[in-house]
Design a protein around this ligand. Structure first.
Ligand code: PBG
Length: 323
């Protein structure tokens, strides 16, 4: 009891604060998302995500070099293809944007660990994450396409695949297909607890993947649910997921914490586009100290239990953390 106990003793100066700090973030924890598009010399800033770009393969390679030089070990690739159709065939085209980007990055920055987002929404004309029939997104027929996409990424040289579609059974379908094609060593990071979130708004501009009708609530999770996340994750681990992800991160710290307690696989959290845009916008208006808020958010996500953080802040944060 006071006056014996005075917690302020351990906050007296930065040295002692550092010594007792419970959580630290490093660029080793970061995965940086890149939006790759067709063409040459393209570097188009995404208006709702200042500092993030749609880039053609050549520009992506330059960016990838910078990412690696900042000590960020990994990127996740999203493709904006030249053509879209009902069945998202550009997703598994061996000369698709993502496939070509993987090869180009591996040629010039071979140590950079390449993860690919495996989903249909960027490649389908209707913008949904699977095959659509009569207004419904069909689960089982979509699995085959996702498996094909994952295999084509592995063939191009991806180090890890990350399915984000939220179809039931996709992890197993992808695992079996990868193993059959000789890619048994390629891990799967599943977007296991992915919520139907309005925080994805800016991403849909970035990836040009807005659904043309309806929404994603029949496949992504209801933001009101907590226990369901544990069930989704248990299923994905059973199906063979090596790393599981919670998405979004900041409004879902309780989920990250539950998952960390309940399972022993590495936990990733996706600090999504809307979370980034809010901070950038308020920073520009001078309403918050953008850098401090950024570090505080990333630290909170790690403190909640995330081992890995997918974040558009990765480069900005690395520049501060490397000082
Ligand atoms: C694709 C996908 C989305 C995000 C990652 N993969 C969008 C969505 O589900 O609509 C969102 C990422 C972000 O907002 O930063 N399914």
């Amino acid at each position: 009891m006071f006056p014996i106990h005075r917690p302020r003793r351990l906050r007296k100066n930065e040295t002692i604060r550092k010594m007792v700090r419970e959580t630290s973030i490093t660029p080793d924890n970061f995965i940086y998302p890149l939006f790759v598009t067709y063409g040459k010399g393209v570097r188009k800033e995404i208006s709702s995500m200042p500092g993030c770009f749609q880039e053609s393969v050549d520009e992506t390679v330059k960016n990838a070099k910078e990412v690696y030089s900042l000590g960020i070990p990994s990127v996740i690739l999203f493709g904006i293809p030249e053509y879209k159709d009902e069945i998202g065939s550009s997703a598994y085209d061996e000369h698709g944007v993502v496939q070509e980007t993987i090869k180009a990055i591996k040629d010039s920055v071979p140590e950079l660990y390449i993860i690919t987002d495996v989903c249909m929404c960027e490649y389908t004309s209707h913008g949904h994450c699977g095959i659509v029939k009569g207004g419904d997104v069909l689960n089982d027929p979509t699995l085959e396409l996702l498996a094909k996409e994952a295999v084509s990424h592995a063939k191009a040289g991806a180090d890890m695949v990350a399915p984000s579609d939220m179809m039931d059974g996709r992890v197993e379908a992808i695992r079996l297909a990868l193993d059959e094609e000789g890619f048994s060593e390629i891990p799967i990071m599943s977007y296991a607890a992915k919520y139907a979130s309005a925080f994805y708004g800016p991403f849909r501009e970035a990836a040009e993947s807005t659904p043309q009708f309806g929404d994603r609530r029949s496949y992504q999770m209801d933001p009101a649910n907590r226990r369901e996340a544990l069930r989704e994750i248990a299923l994905d681990i059973e199906e063979g997921a090596d790393i599981i992800m919670v998405k979004p991160a900041l409004a879902y710290l309780d989920i990250i914490s539950d998952v960390k307690d309940a399972f022993d696989v590495p936990v990733a959290a996706y600090n999504v586009s809307g979370e980034y845009s809010l901070v950038k916008a308020a920073g520009r208006l001078g309403w918050i100290d953008e850098q401090r808020v950024m570090i505080e958010i990333l630290t909170s996500i790690k403190r909640a239990g995330a081992d890995l953080i997918l974040t558009y802040f990765a480069k900005d944060a690395a520049k501060i953390l490397n000082k």
